[in-house]
Design a protein around this ligand. Structure first.
Ligand code: 5GP
Ligand code: ZN
Length: 117
């Protein structure tokens, strides 16, 4: 179900411009407007879900395959030496946009970014 006020639903529908990275029937990947690293990608299901827990199992499996494709492309194209997959679920965990999304963040040797290490 689309949320009328949801910016990611608008991005999926092309009502808000974004830089598309890849698209399938059920998923859309685009560049983060405020990248934490060059090439920082957001992956969203086209349907409006709020958190990981709302995404049906079968779609979740498809999402993981889509993320793997995005991440392996990123390595193939040398946009990173590695990558982080991050998903913020609910407000206290840093979820600002209430449409489930996964961050795919390219990492480079010596980039100085510290997440959990
Ligand atoms: P969250 O903190 O909810 O996990 O991350 C939301 C992400 O969405 C942020 O990294 C933010 O930069 C990105 N974002 C918010 N609004 C827009 C937008 O209109 N376009 C794009 N491309 N990214 C957005
Ligand atoms: Zn939405």
């Amino acid at each position: 179900m689309e949320d009328e006020n949801c910016i990611f639903c608008k991005i999926v529908k092309g009502k808000i411009k974004s830089q598309k990275v890849m698209e399938t029937d059920n998923f859309f990947a685009f560049l983060d407007a405020n990248p934490r690293a060059e090439g920082h990608i957001l992956v969203v299901p086209k349907r409006h879900f709020v958190t990981l827990l709302d995404i049906p199992d079968k779609l979740g499996e498809e999402m993981l395959n889509f993320i793997k494709k995005i991440a392996s492309d990123l390595l193939d194209k040398k946009k990173g030496d590695g990558f982080n997959i991050i998903m913020n679920n609910l407000e206290c965990a840093g979820q600002a946009v209430k449409h489930a999304h996964i961050h795919v963040v390219p990492r480079k040797e010596g980039d100085g970014m510290h997440l959990f290490v």
